[in-house]
Design a protein around this ligand. Structure first.
Ligand code: SF4
Ligand code: SF4
Length: 382
């Protein structure tokens, strides 16, 4: 009987993740040329794909943890290699099969998620405390919409405004919505991309059971990462829901004439496409339609907007890891936004809010530029 070594098993998992297209990789290097890391440091994606093909992955390399899963390379690959799936499988080999080393910060977040169901390590019973005096009702069978804000706006004091603004808008419009109980857990998107497949499966199953028992049909989300997971990954595990991102919801209400503004904002606003809304799910127009509808807003565009948009640097579990100064994509974007005269960087993802607010603060640009989620801007103008 053949005894599989962890390395042999890991190699099989990686080859399987890449499927047939990985075997077709002809080393053109377009992925490396597209990858935004190569504007700030060297990251040879092509070589990783070659090593994955050959079963010779360097599991100890720092490169294993570099990818932000922005999908720019996948969009350009002429052979259809699902590069993110290959990198996820390499990480899985390191995280779940005991090969190589998981960065400390990621290990702590993974432990928090597995232990208390959120990456911040906060108490599960405090998940809905962000609502405070807004007194949002609990979701019950028959409620139209479940609002699922994501762990970051639920717990992080600097990002709670995203959830509170969304709730204030829904209240003003009289939407029948509720919050799921404090048994809800992280959607699991980032921890799966960071290679913790078993943790993801457990989180997903727990959320699916909770949603199904509660009679959830429509989930409204603030995070493109929750959007992607609920829409693309939960169905194969038995969770079928209509999933709507807040920007889609607001754009539809504006189009129907159901959302009216009463204040002017008079701001130059530049929109940064979140990778999991844009490249992963092709949602580019709705956030822009919402911003353009706000009276007084002048919408600016980065030269490399939409499909070419630069990631904030927070995907693939990188939000929990430290990125050295000089390598932060959100710093590059903030500098660009300042040069273009923007007064507000508008985003539609809690990870973007975190990264951009950190950049603006650490670059000393807090007087000149604010970072706002689209929902926060809408709440200010209605
Ligand atoms: S772009 Fe695709 S085919 Fe070209 S090196 Fe990268 S993975 Fe291989
Ligand atoms: S997904 Fe983005 S960060 Fe990851 S290898 Fe591709 S281009 Fe680079």
């Amino acid at each position: 009987m053949e005894v599989l070594s962890p390395y042999k098993e890991a190699t099989d998992v990686i080859l399987e993740a890449g499927g047939e297209p990985l075997k077709l990789c002809y080393q053109c290097g377009l992925c490396t040329g597209t990858c935004p890391w190569n504007t700030v440091r060297s990251f040879i994606v092509r070589r990783m794909m070659r090593e994955a093909q050959m079963g010779a992955t360097d599991f100890g390399s720092e490169d294993v943890w570099t990818c932000v899963t922005c999908r720019a390379c996948v969009k350009r690959c002429p052979r259809g290699v699902e590069i993110i799936d290959v990198i996820r499988a390499i990480r899985r080999a390191v995280a779940s099969m005991g090969i190589g080393v998981v960065p400390d910060a990621l290990r702590i977040s993974a432990k928090n998620i597995a232990g208390v169901g959120n990456p911040l390590g906060e108490a599960p019973e405090k998940r809905n405390d962000w609502a405070g005096e807004l007194k949002v009702k609990d979701f019950a069978p028959g409620t139209d919409v479940l609002y699922f804000p994501c762990c970051v706006p639920s717990y992080d004091p600097d990002v709670k405004g995203v959830a509170r603004s969304t709730a204030a808008i829904l209240d003003k419009l009289g939407v029948d919505y509720g919050l799921i109980g404090t048994d809800a857990k992280c959607c699991g998107e980032a921890i799966r991309k960071a290679g913790h497949e078993e943790t993801f499966q457990s989180l997903a199953q727990s959320n699916i059971n909770l949603f199904t028992e509660s009679g959830v049909k429509t989930v409204l989300v603030s995070s493109p990462h929750c959007y992607h997971t609920f829409k693309a990954e939960y169905p194969e595990l038995g969770g079928q829901y209509e999933v709507v991102h807040v920007t889609q919801y607001l754009a539809e209400l504006i189009e129907k004439g159901d959302l009216k503004f009463s204040r002017k904002l008079e701001k130059k606003v530049i929109y940064s496409d979140p990778c999991y809304l844009g490249r992963h799910n092709d949602i580019y127009d709705e956030p822009r339609a919402v911003l353009k509808a706000i009276p007084g807003v002048e919408l600016l565009e980065f030269p490399d907007a939409r499909e070419e948009g630069l990631c904030c640097g927070g995907g693939g579990g990188r939000i929990w890891m430290d990125t050295p100064k000089g390598e932060r994509f959100s710093d590059i974007r903030t500098e660009q936004a300042a040069e273009m005269g923007a007064e507000v960087i508008a985003v539609a993802c809690p990870y973007c809010v975190l990264n951009y607010r950190d950049s603006v603060l650490s670059m000393g640009k807090g007087e000149a530029i604010q970072v706002k989620d689209v929902a926060e801007l809408v709440a200010e103008a209605i």
